[in-house]
Structures are given as C-alpha cells and as structure tokens.
Design a protein around this ligand. Sequence first.
Ligand code: SAM
Length: 317
Amino acid sequence: MWVVIHKLGRGVFAESDIFKGDFILEYRGDLIDPEESKRRRRIYHNSLKGFMFDFIWHGKFWTIDAARDDGTLGRLVNDDHINPNCKMKRIMVEGKPHLCLFALKDITPGDEIRYNYGDADCPWRNQEERSGMEGASNCPRSENASEKDLHYTQSSLDNCTLNNQETISGVDRANIFPKSDGTSEDIQHSTDCSQVETFHIQETISGTNQASNCPKSDGASEDNQHCTDSPQHDSIFHIQETIKGMNQASNCPKSDGASEDNQHCTDSPQHDSIFHIQETIKGTNQASNCPKSDGASEDNQHCTDNSQHDSIFHIQV
Ligand SMILES: C[S@@+](CC[C@H](N)C(=O)[O-])C[C@H]1O[C@@H](n2cnc3c(N)ncnc32)[C@H](O)[C@@H]1O
C-alpha cells in the first residue's frame, strides 16, 4: 500500500493486486465507550473528529478513535459513497470488535482504497457532486454493526488453522474471507455524520454461507461458533495475528519442512500478504517477515520471492 497526498489530504493506494473478498486493512484506534466518546468530541478539534468511527455493539454506541497518528493506514482511507471498492466490517476477536476493510471488488495497483463512510452527511459529498472532490472536513463515521457476532478465541483459531490446511490452501482466494449472504444491505447510513446516531450494520462472519465444513451455528452460544474446520476461521486467525501485532516469525510454526503445519502456513500467499502488512505497519524488521523454515525450500522461495511485500507502505509525506 502507498499513502499519497492529494486533494483529499492523505489517501491509501494499492500497490499490488487485491482481490474481491480480501482483507485489506484494519481501522485501528482506541475502542471507547459512549461516555468517553462524548468527552473526546468535546475537546477535539473538528479535524480529529473525522477519525472517530462509531458503531453499535451490544445495543450501545461505541467508537474506534483513530485520532492519534499511530502510523497505521486504516485511519487514512477516504470516503467514497458512490463507488467504493471496499467496505468496513466488524470482526469479533476475543470478544472485542475490530473494524476491518475488505475488498468489494478486485483492486488493481494504483487504485485508491475507498469505502463508504456510511449514510453520513459528510460536507464534501455535496461539494463533490457540484464541483468535484474538493471538500475536506470533519465527518465521523457512523456505521452499524450486527448484533449477531461470532466470537473467536485464539485457541479456537489456532485449531482451525492447524486442522484445516487442505481446505485453506485449496480455497479460492475470493472465498478466504466470509461473504455476506447478500440478503441485506450491509451498510446503511446515518443521516447526520456529526452525531453518534443511526447506524446499521454489516453481517460480517455471521450469515456467511461459505463452502465450509463447519456446521452452521444458530448463534446461540459462543461454543457453537468455534468450529475447527472452517476456512473463514483461518482468515480470522490471520486477522487476529495482524490485530494483535504478534511476532511474524511466530505466525508459522518453525519446522524442517516435513510437517503439514509448516506447509499450510507457507502455502498461503494471502497470509503472507497480511503478515507483511503487519510488519510494515509496526515498522519492524523486514527481514523477519518470512517465517523460518529449514527444509521447505519452496516455501522459503515463496516468501522471499514476494519482493513486492517488502515495499508495502511507502509513505510519501
Ligand atoms: C479518516 S480521515 C481520512 C484521511 C484524510 N484524508 C487525512 O489526510 O487524514 C477522514 C477525513 O478525510 C477527509 N475525506 C475523506 N474522504 C473524503 C472525500 N471523499 N472528500 C473530501 N474529503 C474527504 C475528510 O476531511 C475526513 O474528515
């Protein structure tokens, strides 16, 4: 990904191909409750309020506040309510919501990553329609998130990953991440983006159909949702890795190449991509992006041959 400064301020651009359904970035920030959100809004300059992303969780309004510049890119993605190429979804990890961007379509290098901020009364929207993309102002995002969350624990995700290598390595890239069943509009719109109010939600993991071997859960209990043979769990596992900022080298078990685990891990190029995003965001040593593997020369090659990943995130400021 590249960050480019243009007429909307900073924007995030794809540097390599991104495919429909791919996880792109997390919108990182402080998860704060409504009281804290109100407090910060009182003291923030308008320009900072534009980094507050509101959503409903457990019947309350919550906010991911990304006002602090932590070097991550999710906070720099601009709005496009007409033709967005990705969308924000709520992912539950270890009982906490995370906001993640997923590609709605194939995205080619050079495309700007953009999602619909919601049904917000963003000041630039009228201006764009009138005079072409000039307005830049505060517009806190307010989107709903489904109450039907799936809950993941690290151990359940680990199990999924370890037990599901064939499924994950054989699954179409576009299906790596769960899709909505399309029965409802995932993102609805608030009527006033300056308020923490109307939202609507996205089906994230729940309601997915997936060519998965996982039994469908009715959502009644968390345990039901911890299947051990589901491609989407693999995906979430890797999101989890990214979210938690875990050491790259620990993402793939070290192995002499004989173990299935190692093969699974290094055979999933899309996972490498996520690892590299993580590495770059954290500013950690690039050289550690590749999991170490003694005997799996093919795997090593796969990893080190992904030279484009080494150059993710050139920030032009
Ligand atoms: C989360 S920030 C996105 C990154 C921002 N461009 C920056 O440089 O910090 C949200 C702010 O970006 C600007 N913005 C986002 N999408 C826009 C658009 N389509 N047109 C004009 N300004 C936009 C608005 O100022 C908004 O408050």
